[in-house]
Each structure stands twice: as structure tokens, then as C-alpha cells.
Design a protein around this ligand. Structure first.
Ligand SMILES: Cc1ncc(COP(=O)(O)O)c(C=O)c1O
Length: 475
């Protein structure tokens, strides 16, 4: 970093005698430069899959690869004939740029920004992921192959839970957690109305009753102040959700549920990698569930999920339920389901998990960058991260009083945005038999009417974030 700073400052110093200005410009430049440089692969393995042709220079190929890793359609401005002729990616001679009047460093105002860009990560990891997939194809253990156990060991160690059991989806993980707790008809399970339907769907699937508790207006997570009033003699579990990347107030929820002897199942589908008072999501109560849906913070290339627990008996039961209640081959002491994660997905996750801790840090930096850009804009509420929490920003979600106008304006600027959970669960047809009505959960309804999620990925560039901020400012 100091070398980059030295070079920039020295170059600028040639253009101006104002030292203060030079230092300040150099500092801003280096900061931006380093924020883009962060995802540089450190191993050099990216060279492995480069399809070199006779006469190719590996260094030039690497430049093309790295440019592609940062930008969807990079344009390399160079006098080098190799770039101009080989067409490994778009290249132009500086003369062409000057003659066309284009400024290639000006962000293309109309080129769309992906909402969740999975392609940069894929390009960075492609050779390793391909190799991992080929390993599975070679050993052929597509069901419960060695990668499943390896992944479970690594994830359990990361979360600091005794057991990790992987599943075919996050929904299966939640369902199996409830089956393992023997939840069924006549039982009540408390959760929130502002979440993806899976959280409550699995309760209804078991013919138990979802009981909703409103969310907090700042974190959009379960309001612990409203939990106790919802507990009845039939309450058999509480499922708080870590929405948009931040854990619920698990400390208070555990304390309240603990007083009644009610187990807490954390739905950490969106907040895997986040922390609550130094402890990792999924290790904050007796059972933690997560999802590996592709767009989740740790996503695979299909469906997947996992449960974490440090309770040996529950772990044993949840392992059995995953394979039709089977304890040893052809012996089924329990009723279960087919809920296994594919070996191929485990192999992919093992590679993705290697960069996951670094990606969590990047997500936090990107969230802070959005905060700095957007918080001065009137009419916008940026996410609130509760003291003691870190967020992985599965989504970067703001509140706006005029969401419709804002999202239209963003769309016109080539910037996608998504309003999630616009009809909270208590107002969904699937839960009509619960007889909730509008106004029952005013905070969830208010957040549902004003929330808007912006483009987010660990590799979104500062330039794209600035473009998003500018479009919001201009509305
Ligand atoms: C909060 C929450 N819970 C559960 C799930 C279910 O996960 P999956 O899609 O892997 O079944 C999701 C997925 O979107 C989710 O966001």
C-alpha cells in the first residue's frame, strides 16, 4: 500500500506545487484503489485454467483475468499489440479513446449493476471449484461422499459448535429441527411475521401453530419486549430470524425462553458469518439453522442448508431424520425424510468457505461504505446494527417513505433493487386460518411497506456503490 501511495503522490507532485492537495488526492486514490484490490487472489492458482495459446504471455493473460474479476466488461487501454490483437478481452489504443471522446474511467451510467453479483467470486474460484467437482466425479460418491463430513467438520469448527449436520436446504434444516423437538399438532411455535415463508411454513407443515411476535423497527428482528406476552402453556419453541444479515437479540430471547424451558431455534439463513457479542450465528442457542441458497452469504450452486448444535442427543436424532430415520443400514427407528446435501454441493461449499471469512469482512466494509454514502440523504434510513452485533449484509436494506419512486428511479439508472416480504406472513393466504388481520403487527407492516434492498455482494466496487448513492440522491 505504501508503494502505491508513494508512486501516486510522486506522480501528482509533478503536476502541482500544492503539497496539501497532492497528499489529500493521493490518500483518496489509494483508499479507492485498495478497496478494489482487496479480492486479489493470493495463490496464483488463477493461472491454472488460463487457456494460453502459442505466443501468449502469462502475465498479460493474468492481467485480463484480474480485470475480468473486478469488472463485468473490462476495457483495457493499452498500446500493447498482444492485447489489441488477441481479443482476450476488450482492448483499445489510447488514440482510439481520445478520438472517440470517450472517458473509459467514467462509470457507464447505463450499464446495469447486478443485484447480487455471484460472477466475480466464481471467476476467482473457478479453477478450484472445477477441480473439486472433478474430484467428486472421479470418486463417484454423489450421496454422502467424503466432502460432506469434511464440510461439516470445518463448519462446526468455524461456528464453534460441537456438531454440524448438512441438509438439502435451509427449509429442511428448520423442518428437521422441529421434528427432532417432537413438535406436532396442538403445539405453538413463536416466530416473526417479517421473514421468508420457510420459517413459519415448517411449523404449519407439522400441523403446529405459528404464533407471530412483531419485530423491532430498527433491526427488523424479533422484538424481545413482545415475546413473553406470546408465550402460552402450548409454546414448544421460539424461532428468531437474523434478517438481512444481522442476528436477533439472542441474549434476551434465550433468557426469556429459558425461564419457561422453551428451546430456541435460530433461523440464521441470512446471517451465517455474523456475530452476536463475539459468538457466531448458529451457535447462539440449542439449535442454529442456516441456508446455502446461492445468494446467501455462504451459498452453493443449488439448494443446501445446515443445522448446528452442541447437544449430542439432538445431533444424533437430526442426523437420523436426514436419512429416513435410519440409524444403521435398513434400520429405521424414526420417521424421517430424504434431506441430504449433495456431495457436489459440499465440494463447492468447501472451496467457497476458504474465502468466506474474508468475504464477511468485505461485506462489513461495504455496508459501512453504503452507510457513509447514504446516511446524509434525507428520507433514507440506513440499516441499524445493534451494539454487540456484526452484520454480513445478506441484503443492504434501507427504508424509504417513497419506495416506489425510488425503485423506479434506480431502475431507470440501471440499478436493480428489491422490496422483500412486502406482504408479511400474518397477511398471507397460506396462514389465513390463523385469523390475523392488518394492523396486528404494525412494525412488520410498516417495514414491509418501506423497505428496499440495494445491490450487494462482497465484490461490489466503490464506483458502483457511488453510482447507487448518486441515483438515490438525485431522486
Ligand atoms: C430467513 C430464511 N429462513 C429460511 C430460508 C430457507 O432456506 P432455503 O431456501 O435454503 O430452503 C430462507 C431462504 O431464503 C430464509 O431467508
Amino acid at each position: 500500500m505504501s508503494t502505491v501511495y508513494y508512486l501516486v503522490e510522486r506522480t501528482l507532485a509533478r503536476e502541482t506545487s500544492n503539497r496539501k492537495e497532492t497528499v489529500s488526492i493521493a490518500q483518496v486514490f489509494v483508499k479507492k484503489f485498495m478497496s478494489i484490490l482487496k479480492p486479489l487472489p493470493q495463490t496464483g492458482d488463477e493461472l491454472l485454467h488460463l487457456s494460453a495459446e502459442p505466443g501468449d504471455d502469462l502475465e498479460d493473460l493474468l492481467i485480463v483475468e484480474l480485470a475480468k474479476a473486478y469488472l463485468p466488461n473490462p476495457l483495457i487501454v493499452t498500446r500493447d499489440k498482444w492485447f489489441l490483437q488477441r481479443q482476450a478481452c476488450q482492448a483499445a489504443h489510447p488514440k482510439e479513446i481520445v478520438e472517440s471522446g470517450l472517458n473509459p474511467w467514467q462509470p457507464a451510467e447505463s450499464s446495469p449493476i447486478p443485484f447480487i453479483d455471484l460472477s466475480v467470486q466464481q471467476r476467482l474460484l473457478q479453477p478450484k471449484i472445477q477441480a473439486a467437482i472433478h474430484r467428486v466425479l472421479r470418486h463417484g460418491q454423489y450421496i454422502m461422499g467424503p466432502e460432506i463430513r469434511e464440510l461439516e467438520e470445518k463448519l462446526a469448527e468455524y461456528v464453534e459448535a460441537k456438531h454440524c449436520i448438512t441438509y438439502a436446504s435451509g427449509t429442511d434444516a428448520l423442518l428437521i429441527a422441529l421434528i427432532a423437538l417432537d413438535i406436532g399438532p396442538g403445539d405453538e411455535v413463536i416466530t416473526v411475521p417479517y421473514t421468508w415463508i420457510s420459517t413459519a411454513e415448517v411449523i404449519s407443515l407439522l400441523r403446529a401453530k405459528p404464533v407471530f411476535v412483531d419485530i423491532r423497527c430498527d433491526t427488523f428482528n424479533m422484538d424481545p419486549d413482545k415475546l413473553e406476552a406470546a408465550i402460552t402453556p402450548h409454546t414448544r419453541a421460539v424461532i428468531p430470524v437474523g434478517i438481512y444479515g444481522q442476528c436477533a437479540d439472542m441474549t434476551r430471547i434465550n433468557e426469556i425462553a429459558g425461564r419457561y424451558g422453551i428451546p430456541v431455534i435460530e433461523d440464521a439463513a441470512q446471517c451465517f458469518g455474523a456475530t452476536h457479542h463475539g459468538k457466531k450465528a448458529c451457535n447462539l442457542s440449542v439449535i442454529g439453522c442456516t441456508s446455502f441458497f446461492p445468494s446467501k452469504p455462504l451459498g452453493c450452486y443449488g439448494d443446501g442448508g445446515a443445522i448446528f448444535t452442541s447437544d449430542d442427543q439432538l445431533a444424533e436424532k437430526m442426523r437420523q431424520i436426514r436419512v429416513h430415520g435410519q440409524k444403521v443400514k435398513h434400520q429405521h427407528p424414526l420417521i424421517g425424510i430424504n434431506g441430504r446435501l449433495d456431495t457436489l454441493q459440499a465440494a463447492i461449499l468447501l472451496e467457497k468457505f476458504k474465502v468466506f471469512p474474508e468475504e464477511c469482512l468485505r461485506r462489513a466494509e461495504i455496508g459501512a461504505r453504503y452507510d457513509a454514502l447514504l446516511s446524509p440523504i434525507p428520507g433514507i434510513t440506513v440499516p441499524f446494527i445493534a451494539p454487540g452485533n456484526t452484520s454480513v449484509y445478506a441484503q443492504y436494506t434501507i427504508l424509504s417513505d417513497d419506495r416506489k419512486a425510488l425503485s423506479q428511479k434506480l431502475q431507470a439508472a440501471g440499478i436493480p433493487s428489491v422490496a422483500y416480504y412486502t406482504t408479511p406472513l400474518h397477511l398471507q393466504g397460506a396462514f389465513a386460518d390463523l385469523r390475523y388481520k392488518p394492523g396486528d403487527f404494525p412494525v412488520a407492516e410498516d417495514v414491509a411497506s418501506r423497505c428496499l434492498s440495494l445491490p450487494m455482494s462482497p465484490y461490489i466496487t466503490l464506483a458502483d456503490q457511488e453510482r447507487v448513492a448518486k441515483a438515490i440522491r438525485d431522486t
